[in-house]
Design a binder for this molecule. Structure first.
Ligand code: PBG
Ligand code: ZN
Length: 321
């Protein structure tokens, strides 16, 4: 423990504190759905909402009020198809949402998740060959087409969340060829095959229709595999690497930080949120646990935290920091 003279008042405690959170650390996820006047609570995630396009402007202003400067968008269309068409059309939900947000608040920094699972009828992140192998070329092309379409709509950053080999290089090249060298890529590099994504499957309506994602997500038992994936993405031109989920994988965040000098992101996923949120609401734990979870992720090495708790951070900073 620190000597009493370093603990005796708030001023000195704040002065020596190693880790501080700020509103510049957090990114808030938004789920865009079809329809009109929709602001529907996601059944698996209390106080998180499905929003239709006409509700996005009001939400953007509310987020601004709460000090949120960064959002990451997910599209959840009613109609999905085998080609993931709603992902890359110019009139897609994400593309339109980007335009609404930028029109409402040009300072809101818009990141887009890039994956196919929310747009494909089978709920998978990639295309498959007849024999069940991943159809690499077609998957990469479709991911790149999607990323480019988000950039064209005005996204500030793209975040590929599939785990296909070669996607970062492919997307980088596609963006550069179209004149979007200035759009950074945040790669979901170390993405574990985790049960903590459970509530998100509800949010994105993207539970795989067959099999699971284990063939392209990582074994929770392996850290060296995670580091290897990060190295590959860095070689391909990732600007920021990400670890997902966050809390059960703090060691990976810390090791990743040692591995490279790139900024590190962590995704505190839906299951982590639901667990903490339900416990706090049931009075099993003090609300301070939310702050503790975020500061732990930052202390481990995350420069960026994607979290469903972003809306609560501004108030918590006042109360706890
Ligand atoms: C899409 C994607 C997922 C999440 C982020 N992007 C689902 C998955 O990987 O299965 C999880 C987010 C969360 O659980 O909050 N590929
Ligand atoms: Zn996916």
């Amino acid at each position: 423990m620190l000597p009493t003279r370093l603990r005796k008042n708030t001023a000195v405690r704040n002065l020596i504190r190693e880790t501080q959170l700020s509103m510049n650390d957090v990114v808030y996820p938004l789920f865009i759905v079809d329809g009109q006047g929709v602001r529907r609570e996601i059944s698996s995630m209390k106080e998180q909402y499905h929003l239709s396009l006409d509700m996005v402007a009001a939400e953007t202003l509310a987020l601004k009020e709460l000090g949120i400067r960064y959002v990451i968008l997910f599209g959840v269309p009613d109609v999905k198809d085998s080609e993931a068409t709603p992902a890359f059309i110019d009139t897609g939900l994400v593309q339109e949402a980007i335009r609404v947000i930028k029109k409402t608040d040009p300072d809101m920094y818009v990141i887009t998740d890039v994956c196919l699972c929310e747009f494909k009828s089978d709920g998978h992140c990639c295309f498959f060959e007849e024999n069940g192998e991943i159809q690499r070329e077609k998957t990469l092309k479709t991911l790149s087409k999607t990323a480019l379409s988000y950039a064209r709509a005005g996204a500030d950053m793209v975040a590929p969340s599939d785990m296909m080999d070669g996607r970062i290089g492919h997307i980088r090249e596609t963006l550069n060829d179209a004149g979007y060298e200035s759009i950074p890529i945040m790669a979901y590099s170390a993405k574990f095959a985790s049960s903590f994504y459970g509530p998100f499957r509800d949010a994105a309506n993207s539970a795989p229709a067959f099999g699971d994602r284990r063939s392209y997500q990582m074994d929770p038992a392996n850290s060296r595999e995670a580091l290897k994936e990060m190295m590959l993405d860095i070689d391909e031109g990732a600007d920021i690497v990400m670890v997902k989920p966050a809390m059960p994988y703090l060691d990976i965040i810390a090791q990743g930080k040692e591995l490279s000098y790139l900024p590190m992101a962590a995704y505190q996923v839906s299951g982590e949120y639901a667990m903490i949120k339900n416990a706090v609401d049931a009075d099993l734990m003090d609300r301070r646990v939310i702050f503790e979870s975020l500061i732990s992720i930052k202390r481990a090495g995350a420069d960026i935290i994607i979290t469903y708790f972003a809306k609560e951070l501004q108030a918590m900073l006042k109360d706890y920091q």
